[in-house]
Design a protein around this ligand. Structure first.
Ligand SMILES: Cc1cc2nc3c(=O)[nH]c(=O)nc-3n(C[C@H](O)[C@H](O)[C@H](O)COP(=O)(O)OP(=O)(O)OC[C@H]3O[C@@H](n4cnc5c(N)ncnc54)[C@H](O)[C@@H]3O)c2cc1C
Length: 383
């Protein structure tokens, strides 16, 4: 749902200019140094990008899902690592509080997230619990006015920069099911938290992940999200449901960028005395990519609108995430092919995108997990 086309267009134009003039020129140096310069993060803060999804009363832009998806798509016509720095605060890190937090929790944390002062991370995955997230082992045991947290969280995006974590932990160790899990807001500076080394990743340099280790970390009981035990897994699943539409938009944005680069190259590069874009086999690479991006974009917009209209959208969100992330991988592969040998060389940047986008098929639910969710929902609906 788009509330005011003119206001949204202004925001999208601003983001497009920022991407073109500030981010694209720094893609190589960010990949080289593995750091996003502070001044770029400050510009993102001033543009309100950290607060895209936070309600207006807490200082955010309160975009609808469709508006957020279009904004994120625009931001992703560059290295996806730039989106990652705002991604967890806009998405999985803050939305648990937005959906299920108490009024006091919202007032305390959301305004700082909206300005980017507090970077929020989402801590669900553990060494022994990834796709099977409900089997998580981290415990949070009540001790007077606190919970004592013990456990290790793995691959946590933005953990080295986080101000707070939305943490999923088991408050009832006797209950091994999802209903033994609760969600907490944990201050990253709490005693008892330590961080592993930054992970060395395949791509998205400039975006950082690491382990977060909790050893007798005391979290005030008032930081239990919604003040209710046993509903943390539901909160996490709601957050990921929305996140899937967001990731689909990310995939479409990066794919559009890769195709634009491939098209430009196909129109410039000459072999056999003509542009390689005039060869029908190269045209097939471009056309298949165009059609698949269009399909993913249409799915993503439809899922976002269904969410905005309050219609069931879990299956559609999974379909959009699965299709868009797989599509993005195929477009990256074709783009490298259009570039030929240059596609394999780092100076042309397309091999960097090829590595960067591999992640989309893995996090926020792998393709296999989306397949399971989609089929499960189909059978439930048919029964
Ligand atoms: C760069 C990066 C950033 C991340 N950021 C975060 C973050 O911020 N917060 C967070 O909590 N997590 C984060 N993750 C974790 C991510 O969500 C998990 O890696 C992902 O869910 C997969 O879990 P896993 O790695 O344990 O793989 P596994 O669950 O071990 O899966 C391995 C393979 O088995 C398949 N598989 C598993 N179960 C089934 C099944 N039932 N049927 C068929 N196939 C199956 C999977 O699809 C996959 O192909 C991040 C991961 C990465 C790589």
């Amino acid at each position: 749902m788009i509330r005011d086309r003119e206001t949204l267009d202004l925001l999208l134009q601003n983001i497009a200019r920022f991407v073109r003039e500030r981010l694209v020129p720094q893609e190589d140096s960010v990949a080289e140094t593995d750091e996003i310069p502070d001044e770029l993060v400050d510009e993102m803060k001033r543009m309100g990008l950290f607060g895209l999804s936070i309600p207006e009363e807490y200082g955010g832009l309160a975009l609808t899902m469709e508006e957020e998806a279009l904004a994120v798509l625009e931001l992703c016509r560059t290295s996806p690592a730039f989106r990652s720095i705002i991604g967890t605060t806009v998405g999985i890190g803050s939305q648990g509080i937005v959906f299920d937090g108490t009024e006091e929790q919202k007032r305390r944390y959301l305004p700082g997230m909206a300005t980017g002062e507090i970077i929020a991370s989402f801590a669900l995955t553990e060494p022994e619990s990834g796709s099977d997230a409900a089997s998580l082992r981290t415990t949070a045991l009540r001790d007077g006015e606190h919970y004592v947290v013990n456990g290790t969280k793995r691959y946590i995006t933005n953990a080295p920069h986080a101000g707070v974590f939305t943490l999923m932990a088991r408050t009832n160790p006797a209950d091994k099911s999802a209903s033994g899990i609760s969600a907490f807001i944990v201050d990253a500076k709490s005693p008892g938290i330590s961080f592993g080394r930054r992970d060395k990743k395949m791509g998205q340099r400039g975006a950082h992940t690491c382990d977060v280790i909790f050893e007798n970390c005391r979290v005030p009981a008032e930081n239990l999200i919604g003040g209710k035990e046993g509903v943390g897994f539901k909160t996490a699943m709601k957050v990921l449901d929305k996140g899937r539409i967001h990731i689909a938009a990310v995939c479409v944005g990066v794919a559009e960028r890769m195709l634009a680069d491939a098209l430009r190259y196909a129109m410039e590069r000459k072999q056999f005395g003509q542009r390689i874009g005039d060869f029908q086999l190269v045209q097939a690479l471009l056309a298949d990519s165009k059609a698949e991006i269009y399909a993913a974009r249409s799915m993503m917009i439809d899922a976002a609108r269904r969410r905005d209209e309050g219609l069931p959208h879990t299956t559609e969100a999974s379909c959009a995430k699965m299709f868009a992330s797989e599509m993005c991988g195929r477009v990256a592969d074709r783009a490298v092919q259009v570039f030929g040998g240059a596609g394999y060389m780092s100076e042309y940047g397309i091999e960097r995108f090829y590595r960067d986008v591999r992640l989309f098929r893995i996090y926020e639910g792998t393709t296999q997990i989306q397949q399971i969710l989609i089929a499960r929902n189909m059978m439930r609906d048919a029964a």
